[in-house]
Ligand binder design. Structure first.
Ligand SMILES: Nc1ncnc2c1ncn2[C@@H]1O[C@H](COP(=O)(O)OP(=O)(O)OP(=O)(O)O)[C@@H](O)[C@H]1O
Ligand SMILES: [Mg+2]
Length: 140
């Protein structure tokens, strides 16, 4: 399955976040693709809002993963693999523990961890264009 939405203002984002969660409702792992500044973290913030996360959502700065809590008191994991030097570091982090937990995993820079490709996940591509952003969601 695949769908594309255009985002002109930040106000459009919550609607798309809700639609992603609704349509890909049997997915827990979401990989966010897009160049620097494309809006990955911003979309993750919006998705977390929909999940009822009240913690501050921002890319982990001192680590690779942040843990929040959703409205059901379940963990939500937010990864940013940008600063990962090699895949070994992801293993050291015990990343399988997170990805096989059954809890939401929202991943920036998933390309850094090739093993992620094997998992059941939804991919979200954000493309920054002149006056808008285009968000394409792909899942099986
Ligand atoms: N849909 C949007 N509409 C308007 N502005 C946006 C949108 N998404 C993101 N922005 C703005 O673009 C900037 C970069 O966004 P963000 O930090 O989410 O990008 P990123 O893809 O996570 O970047 P990085 O690769 O550095 O992590 C922010 O200032 C944010 O407010
Ligand atoms: Mg980011």
């Amino acid at each position: 399955m695949r769908f594309t939405r255009e985002i002109v203002t930040l106000n459009d984002l919550d609607g798309v976040a809700g639609e992603i969660l609704e349509k890909a409702s049997n997915y827990k792992i979401f990989c966010f693709h897009g160049e620097m500044g494309a809006g990955k973290t911003t979309l993750i913030k919006s998705i977390c809002r929909k999940l009822g996360v009240s913690d501050e959502v921002q890319s982990p700065t001192f680590s690779i993963v942040n843990e929040y809590e959703d409205s059901c008191k379940k963990p939500v994991y937010h990864f940013d693999f940008y600063r990962l030097k090699n895949e070994e570091e992801a293993y050291d982090l015990g990343y399988e523990h997170y990805f096989f937990s059954g809890y939401f995993c929202l991943v920036e820079w998933p390309e850094k961890v090739k093993d992620l490709l094997k998992l059941k996940k939804a991919d979200i591509f954000i493309e920054l264009m002149a006056e808008k952003r285009q968000i394409t969601v792909e899942y099986d």
